[in-house]
Write a protein that binds this ligand. Structure first.
Ligand code: FES
Length: 104
């Protein structure tokens, strides 16, 4: 049986649209992205190497790692552009009372 844990990450007004932030919670290091008024959360560590995704370039729903320019879809974690080959983990997001929450 799996147990779902809710983690509270950050306030919605702490990230500008089109921007990202690194948040540590529950032993995880996460990247929180804002696209318009939608929020997406992935592991911050790029699956290809030492890059941190919150430091990358966000275009629409695509985050380009600034280390070797690999690209992921922040909605699904799927790889869009190599050299990355392994999807990045994504988390279900809920916004409640102006706070961004995830399930892990
Ligand atoms: S470390 Fe992210 S693309 Fe290489």
């Amino acid at each position: 049986m799996s147990v779902t844990t809710i983690l509270e990450l950050i306030g919605t007004d702490e990230i500008e649209p089109g921007a990202a932030a690194q948040v540590e919670a529950g032993g995880l290091t996460l990247a929180v992205f804002r696209v318009g008024d939608e929020f997406y959360v992935t592991d911050d560590q790029c699956t290809h190497g030492p890059g941190l995704l919150h430091e990358g370039c966000l275009t629409g729903y695509e985050i380009e790692c600034d280390f070797h320019q690999g690209t992921f879809d922040i909605r699904t974690g799927e790889v869009i552009e190599p050299p990355c080959t392994i999807p990045v983990r994504v988390y279900p997001v809920t916004v409640r009372d102006g706070r961004v929450l995830i399930e892990v």
